[in-house]
Design a protein around this ligand. Structure first.
Ligand SMILES: [Zn+2]
Length: 106
């Protein structure tokens, strides 16, 4: 790999990536769940606070690059403008491609 630029996955040699926030989904759900559970007692204020926490986490967290094919997460690569957000169509194409490749190389 030259220049630290990610063009090929070191795990599966896939060439398609998407970028997303390094966000812990479970933590986000937990925060939202606590906010919702407490909202009847706090007249919805806790829900607002938890939403704010969620939003704060979202902006604090760094972007990570994820491999479509194997799901490998790259945290220390510079952001590549070619890597957009997750695209279901690309994921499907990647899945079919890897299935095809597997069939070709038994
Ligand atoms: Zn990969």
């Amino acid at each position: 790999m030259e220049g630290g630029d990610l063009t090929r996955c070191v795990v599966c040699a896939g060439e398609r990536f998407y970028s997303q926030r390094d966000f812990n989904q479970r933590l986000g759900c937990l925060v939202a769940g606590i906010g919702a559970a407490l909202s009847p007692f706090t007249y919805g204020i806790s829900l607002l606070i938890c939403l704010a926490v969620d939003l704060g986490l979202y902006f604090l967290l760094k972007q990570v690059t994820v491999c479509y094919r194997c799901g490998a997460i790259y945290r220390s690569v510079p952001k590549n403008p070619d890597h957009g957000p997750f695209d279901l169509h690309v994921a499907e194409a990647e899945m079919q491609e890897s299935r095809y490749l597997r069939r070709g190389n038994p």
